[in-house]
Write a protein that binds this ligand. Structure first.
Ligand code: HEC
Length: 197
């Protein structure tokens, strides 16, 4: 028995080391634990528990927090709402068509924070803010409304389609650049009920 002791111990240490490093290597956005929202500037983890009430139990928010996918992209009823929310909360600084004003343009392929090319990154910037005048918007928009605003911002995009990292291949094929002045019909059908004022 004593003969086996050393290799046994070595194997145990090896197994332990492997186990610990495997646990460390677990990506922060592992599918079973959902996505992690991080502040765009500080990198601190953020929770959607606080902020404007409501808009947390929709299928879209659940899917987003689980997979990072925004199922409102290209849904006309959500674009209609997103347009209205964008005009209230964002266009004063970012311009009517997100062409840029005090804040940078959000309709081209240049991003100060490259993570904003993912909807998780864009959600994080809107929820937690960035520098200077870009404050957090989690008090005027709830998580579901932020997904609607994101859908509208993605719709306003006029840059090259190959740089639209937030679109999947099918969405890239169907993509037509936004034309200035284009609005969504008030009675557009889809997943988003009309906003209550
Ligand atoms: C009071 C003015 C103001 C308002 C209102 C505002 N922003 Fe901003 N925003 C800014 C400024 C200024 C910056 C640049 C900050 C920086 O670089 O850190 C910015 C940066 C951003 C960025 C980062 C862009 C990039 O290139 O990476 C995004 C995304 C953004 N804003 C989205 C929004 C959305 C969506 C809304 C509405 C919910 C909004 N902002 C409302 C002023 C504003």
């Amino acid at each position: 028995m004593t003969l086996n002791r050393t290799p046994c111990l070595a194997a145990a240490i090896l197994a332990l080391t492997w186990f610990t490093s495997a646990a460390d290597a677990q990506p922060a956005s592992a599918p079973q634990s959902g996505i992690v929202l991080r502040n765009t500037i500080t990198g601190e983890a953020m929770s959607t528990a606080e902020g404007k009430p409501g808009g947390r139990d929709t299928q879209a928010v659940k899917t987003f927090l689980e997979t990072g996918k925004n199922i409102y992209i290209d849904d006309k009823s959500c674009l209609r709402n997103g347009e209205s929310l964008f005009l209230t909360s964002c266009s004063g600084c970012h311009g009517h068509n997100a062409e840029g004003k005090v804040g940078p343009g959000l309709n081209d392929n240049y991003w100060t924070y490259p993570l904003n090319t993912s909807d998780v990154g864009l959600f994080s910037t809107i929820w937690g803010g960035a520098n200077g005048m870009m404050g957090p918007h989690n008090e005027d928009l709830n998580p579901d409304e932020i997904l609607q605003v994101i859908a509208w911002i993605r719709h306003l995009y006029t840059g090259p389609v190959q740089d639209a990292a937030w679109l999947n291949d099918a969405q890239k094929k169907a993509y037509t650049p936004y034309k200035s002045g284009e609005t969504m019909p008030a009675d557009a059908k889809g997943q988003c009920p009309p906003l209550k004022d």
